[in-house]
Ligand binder design. Sequence first.
Ligand SMILES: Cc1cc2nc3c(=O)[nH]c(=O)nc-3n(C[C@H](O)[C@H](O)[C@H](O)COP(=O)(O)OP(=O)(O)OC[C@H]3O[C@@H](n4cnc5c(N)ncnc54)[C@H](O)[C@@H]3O)c2cc1C
Length: 477
Amino acid sequence: MRKLLKLGMVYCAGSGTWSFYNNFLCRTPPNPMIHEQKHKKIVVVGAGIVGLSTAYYLSQHPENEVILIDKSERCAQECSTQNGCLVMRYNSVPWTYKPLMGVLRGIWRSDTSQAIYLTKAMQEPGMVKFFWYWLWQNRDVLSTNMMKLNDLQEILLDKLLVDANIDPKSINYEKDSVFYHLGKLQGIDLPKAFEKLAKALPPVPDGAIQDVIFGNQEMSERVFNKFPKFEGLKKYHYAVINPYYTLNTQIFCQKLDSFLKENRPNVKVLYQHELEYFIFDDAEKHLVRGVKVRGKKEVINCDAVVLCAGSFIARLLRENFRLICPVIPVKGYTMDIPTDLPNQKTHLGFRDIAFVATYLEPGYLRIAAFGDLSGQDKSFDPRRVRFLKNTLIERLDKKEVHQYKNLNTCLRPVPPDDAPLIGGLRFYPNVFLNAGHAGRGTTIGLATSKLLSEEIMQGKATSLPDTKPFSPSRFFL
Ligand SMILES: Cc1cc2nc3c(=O)[nH]c(=O)nc-3n(C[C@H](O)[C@H](O)[C@H](O)COP(=O)(O)OP(=O)(O)OC[C@H]3O[C@@H](n4cnc5c(N)ncnc54)[C@H](O)[C@@H]3O)c2cc1C
């Protein structure tokens, strides 16, 4: 036993020294100054909303040659395929914030907002690192930095739609809707419980818009009366209200994909091309000179690579660079429920069970639910599906819920602080990350892509004064 303890201590001291050396003492290799190179050939990996918009901004410079590759047959087949489609314009509460006891409950219960499948979850490279970072970062604060990304995204999206000639209606881009996040209060004295809650709500940062309503009368006027069929809503006591927009992420991706193929001669889009590994420079081992595609003989040579691989990012970094990246796949379930409710430009969220009901198109509600930790496993857990349906039946219209269609699961790429990773790797300076968009890819994907393309083109992002909070170096990457 003593020997084991000694061995353990020696191991901890050794790995601690090694990690300290790597993170703080080891000098980074010379930067290739990619922005000074006139003609750049850049491979973008991943054609979700983030990869497509990265290709869009990089190809605005005609001297660039951009090659967008994706392992799927078409664009947006992973997380961008069927999400909640909400642009959380005036909100920046970290999605990762969770009370610790609530998280632990998910290990043994399937009727919670976050179920944890320990053996599958622990296989993810960043899981242990994630846990410590998460404990460190786990605060219910609205982030001013994230609000700046929201602001930038709005300007960019409006510009892109004009440039790419995309009709906002065709992508359900609706800028005048609101989101009611409904909550319950505990105890007999509800006004007192509400007073306590109001005091505990985090302050709203500059630029954010938030209203809170409480009490039967106000809730009836602003929520219940709009949804007379949804009897279950009456169990909720208060609502936090933000203006949210809708944007059908998958259709937007398809339109952007067509635009790139038809209007940008300097972009090549290659589907069924899975990045297998990187080819390094013979002399300067820290520089990537190309990518090898699985099942194909040829190598795609390049000057830089941008990884927009969503929830696959941690595995790519571990397998190719032996880096531990704390971006964790968090599984969500989505489904569409036909409804005869008229569009009232009102979307609902349920604080007790972490799901949203987006009125996306006339005639149906898009449900996006849960945040399960199950590694890369995207399969349907029948207990979770049953729980989801029962939860919906309790809150919405039973008949309509039974007619649900398009049941789907996808994996959110979630970093512990809920802020994306934008920028180059410290020890591999021509490999860039644009990843970790968590539950906000539709809300901030264009903004992060613009910032990254500025870094590649000018050596520094200029659309925001400070992009340090988003640098991958905060995780020693
Ligand atoms: C249930 C749910 C609801 C959500 N609701 C919202 C919402 O309302 N609003 C919002 O803003 N966000 C929402 N999100 C989050 C949003 O969907 C994601 O943040 C966004 O889709 C991430 O986009 P991405 O391009 O980074 O990743 P993805 O869309 O996953 O794209 C990554 C791409 O990389 C490709 N790839 C991976 N590895 C390789 C490889 N080795 N070689 C080649 N290609 C590779 C994949 O095929 C994939 O196409 C939701 C997510 C979920 C799960």
